[in-house]
Design a protein. Structure first.
Length: 79
């Protein structure tokens, strides 16, 4: 039941996050656009990617700790 609720929440977030994404206005057909520069514009990897990586690492650590704790408990019950 929890998995179903998690999947529904994830699907809703995915659908709602895609809603504000719209195509750009094509503009004047005679316009050739901005002139190319010598250096291509870099794409900054800012807070979003860093936060996603930090969340993934912390989730992985949580899972590893829980697994180790469960293994220790299982070994105590066997002995």
């Amino acid at each position: 039941m929890k998995l179903k609720a998690l999947l529904c929440t994830a699907a809703a977030l995915l659908v709602l996050s895609a809603a504000p994404v719209f195509a750009q206005d094509p503009g004047d057909p005679g316009d050739l656009g901005p002139t190319p520069s010598a250096q291509p514009a870099g794409v900054p990897i800012d807070g979003g990617a860093s936060m996603l990586a930090a969340a993934g690492i912390s989730y992985g650590l949580k899972r590893v700790r829980a697994k180790r704790k469960a293994q220790k408990a299982a070994l105590k019950n066997v002995a």
